[in-house]
Design a protein around this ligand. Structure first.
Ligand code: MLT
Length: 406
């Protein structure tokens, strides 16, 4: 009889956002007269910007013409896009990153989940707690974690770095030395960030102990404060210790289009082996290149019109985040994040767990958020609301939550 990968059986329940969707669907079916406002999953609601749509239409037309048709894309991405990324996202910020260090893919979630497989099976991972669930779950699937302890909500053989209001959501350097360190800045779910000085501590530490930082910068477009780096390569020393993930989902509304990229500097080495060569080998073997149409769409993200249009969209979502932050503060909640991020992170009322508050909010205000404990044990007692809804719905959700406080 064949055997399944038993590591999958260790995973509790379903993926966080699937669990939430199931709960919300059941509630909606049983309460068809209610208008539910969804501020749970970080999915965008604004249509793709006109300059990007125009580029996609043109690319679609090219695909319908024998003279301009494109088959398989180069597995690491089209040179036109890799060069534009290197120039605009990195060199323009003073980062020493070249086009051949960029790997275009179908999204940051896949890359964040897949990257672990090019590292040793016994690598020790360190994660911020709370954290985007993909980092831990993908390592569970690979057999890199021990067992799950229901009571503490932790996996053995994983280093958790608590990020709570008590430490201003800044992780401390771990006592035990990790091989792989996941950092998501601006952070999902807490919406908080690290300053240049704080990130430099991590870069120096990783270089000193020989660890790799897996840096998820999917939310960099939301940074508003000067002293928050947009890329880890703004920090000296990062080329020898960091891989960076970027996404077009949050800055350009590509959640349904699917495109992202990963940066692997050639200076990141294990002895004589470059990590770049392994990721290139993996990409070439398991990925056939992101579609021409979506890569042309991404090119429009870097055009003058595209840049202006997506800037407006980011501002729209940030207005929502601010409405949540200000409104809930006024209502007496403790709220964090929402300044360099579309996510607001709030303390749930005394005596409730994160899931209690999820049910309470769904039933009493018909508002959907994400329970903090779904992101890790230190998320217990917190709750995430996203600014990615429409402005009208966001304001209405805040009003409903304020009314609950009265
Ligand atoms: C989230 O809600 O945390 C994100 O939408 C998840 C993702 O980007 O995959």
């Amino acid at each position: 009889m064949f055997q399944v990968n038993k590591n999958y059986l260790k995973l509790p329940g379903s993926y966080l956002f699937s669990t939430i969707a199931k709960k919300v669907n059941a509630y909606t079916e049983a309460n068809t007269d209610r208008t539910i406002i969804r501020l749970g999953i970080g999915d965008v609601t604004q249509p793709i910007a006109p300059a990007i749509i125009k580029a996609m239409h043109e690319a679609v037309d090219e695909m319908g013409n024998a003279a301009t048709f494109h088959g398989y894309a180069p597995d690491l991405g089209y040179a036109f896009l890799r060069e534009e990324i290197a120039k605009q996202d990195y060199q323009a910020r003073g980062c020493e990153i070249s086009a051949d260090e960029i790997f275009v893919s179908d999204g940051a979630k896949c890359d964040c989940g897949n990257i672990q497989e090019i590292f040793a099976a016994d690598s020790k991972i360190a994660v911020c707690d709370p954290v985007y669930p993909v980092y831990v779950d993908s390592n569970v699937m690979a057999g890199r974690t021990g067992e799950y302890d229901e009571e503490s909500g932790t996996w053995s053989n994983v280093i958790y770095m608590p990020c709570t209001a008590e430490n201003q959501f800044v992780p401390e350097l771990p006592k035990e030395t990790p091989d792989l360190i996941y950092l998501c800045i601006p952070n999902n779910p807490t919406g908080t960030t690290l300053t240049r000085e704080q990130l430099k501590i991590w870069v120096d530490y990783a270089n000193r102990v020989g660890a790799v930082i897996l840096y998820d910068a999917a939310y960099e477009a939301y940074i508003t404060e000067e002293n928050v780096p947009h890329s880890i390569y703004e920090i000296e020393g990062a080329r020898t210790c960091a891989i960076e993930f970027r996404s077009y989902s949050k800055n350009a509304g590509f959640t349904g289009v699917r495109l992202g990229f990963t940066v692997v500097p050639k200076d990141l080495k294990c002895g004589d082996v470059t990590v770049h060569s392994l990721w290139a080998r993996r990409h070439g073997t398991k990925f056939n290149g992101a579609p021409y149409v979506t890569q042309k769409a991404a090119m429009a993200v870097y055009s003058q019109e595209g840049k202006a249009e997506i800037k407006e969209q980011v501002a729209y979502y940030m207005r929502n985040a601010k409405a949540i932050y200000d409104g809930l503060k006024e209502a007496g909640y403790q709220v964090y994040g929402a300044v360099n991020s579309p996510y607001a992170w709030l303390k749930v009322p005394e005596g409730m767990t994160s899931w209690d508050f999820f049910d309470y909010l769904l039933e009493e205000a018909n508002v959907v958020g994400t329970p903090g404990s779904g992101f890790g044990p230190s998320g217990e007692g917190y709750f995430r609301l996203t600014g990615f809804g429409t402005y009208e719905n966001t304001v209405m959700a805040v009003e409903r939550m304020k009314a609950l406080k009265k």
